[in-house]
Design a protein around this ligand. Structure first.
Ligand SMILES: Nc1ncnc2c1ncn2[C@@H]1O[C@H](COP(=O)(O)OP(=O)(O)OP(=O)(O)O)[C@@H](O)[C@H]1O
Length: 348
């Protein structure tokens, strides 16, 4: 099959009500996914992830409203719906499978529906069977498959024909740990050649696989950022060899004023011991000292450069200088309103 380039996805001002519902499932959703990006769609139960995916894949209608737009590869889902459907591979939350068919027969049927050329079909079916780890199950009737294997058939279906946009609703749900690893490494390899959007409640999975995260809460986008940004904190961790607490304070204060800051620097100095034990010190200690410096709106790069220069000027050898990171769970809890983020955070 000739490879098609990865597709962009653009969603503007999307508000969606299920028939008879007073509350919208989606409220003014706006985002854009670039070709080849891997995007994790996160959100608490009922946030609207599945609804958004159903609309983007043409399984629910795009509401006719002013300024509302859903476009795949610059084609409108309203005016070019058939062309768009051919660009998208979709794993729905509930995979519709033909119980009476065998796995291979099901995929043959789906390949026909997807208008994959007859001559290319057999090879394409073998490819997705292998990608989804369905070897050995190809001749098994779907009615006899376990939940995890049904999920894999759904994934194989979504990948048939190498669609330029792959949208997967919780692809690893119901899989055993070995299967999860297999599907994750397969998804990792999709990036670049196909655009990938998937939802998951396993945040480590999104952290490992995605370039970007979009977090929904009560139908609204509450975060749309790179994974690197979602994991970044406003704390810089620094360690010096053989320095004392006073020298560190003087050095960090020199860096702070070199950045033009007149407000007091937020600095926590602690003794770093082997084994990770940590105690706060305010006097000289003959060991490795660590400082956590809150950036206070200064860019991390500028702060790190200023501390590097000040350490050099003071003759204090630096052994570590790196931004703190938080787990995606923490970011998720903050933007979905579950936890307050007013404290400086991050782990070294
Ligand atoms: N078929 C439907 N009819 C009416 N309301 C629906 C329907 N499907 C979903 N909803 C409602 O729309 C909102 C968003 O649901 P959706 O399934 O999109 O959330 P989700 O983020 O995928 O949740 P989960 O993580 O639990 O799968 C919820 O309030 C839900 O109750």
């Amino acid at each position: 099959m000739s490879a098609r380039p990865p597709a962009s996805l653009e969603v503007s001002n999307l508000t969606f009500y299920y028939p008879g519902s007073e509350d919208p499932a989606l409220r003014s959703v706006d985002f854009r996914v670039a070709p080849g990006e891997r995007v994790g769609l996160l959100g608490p139960n009922g946030a609207g992830k599945s609804t958004l995916m159903r609309i983007c894949c043409g399984y629910l209608p795009v509401p006719r409203a002013r300024d509302t737009l859903v476009r795949v590869a610059d084609l409108s889902l309203v005016s070019d719906s058939l062309a768009v459907r051919e660009l998208v591979g979709y794993l729905p939350e509930q995979v519709p499978l033909y119980q009476e068919l065998r796995v291979r027969e099901h995929l043959e049927f789906r390949a026909t529906v997807k208008r994959i050329r007859r001559r290319a079909r057999a090879a394409e079916i073998e490819r997705v069977i292998e990608l989804s780890g369905l070897e050995g199950m190809a001749e098994t009737p779907i009615a006899k498959l376990s939940r995890g294997y049904r999920q894999r058939v759904g994934i194989a279906d979504a990948l048939l024909g190498s669609p330029p946009l792959v949208v997967l609703d919780e692809p690893t749900v119901g899989l055993d740990p070995n299967q999860v690893q297999g599907i994750r490494s397969m998804l990792k390899n999709l990036g670049g050649n196909q655009t990938l959007i998937f939802s998951s409640h396993i945040l480590a999975e999104v952290e490992a696989l995605c370039d970007r995260v979009i977090i929904l809460s009560r139908g609204q986008v509450v975060a749309d950022e790179t994974v690197a940004k979602a994991l970044a904190t406003d704390t810089l961790f620094v360690e010096w060899d053989g320095a004392d607490g006073e020298a560190i304070r003087a050095c960090v204060e020199a860096a702070w004023s070199a950045l033009g800051r007149e407000d007091p620097v937020k600095l926590e100095i602690s003794l770093s011991r082997a084994g990770g034990a940590r105690k706060t010190v305010d006097r000289s200690e003959d060991s490795v000292l660590r400082a956590a410096v809150t950036s206070g709106g200064v860019s991390m790069d500028d702060l790190a450069a200023a501390i590097g220069r000040a350490s050099l000027d003071a003759g204090m050898p630096l052994i570590r200088l790196e931004p703190g990171r938080r787990r995606l769970e923490e970011r998720f809890a903050v933007v979905t309103g579950f936890r307050d983020d007013s404290q400086p955070g991050g782990t070294a």
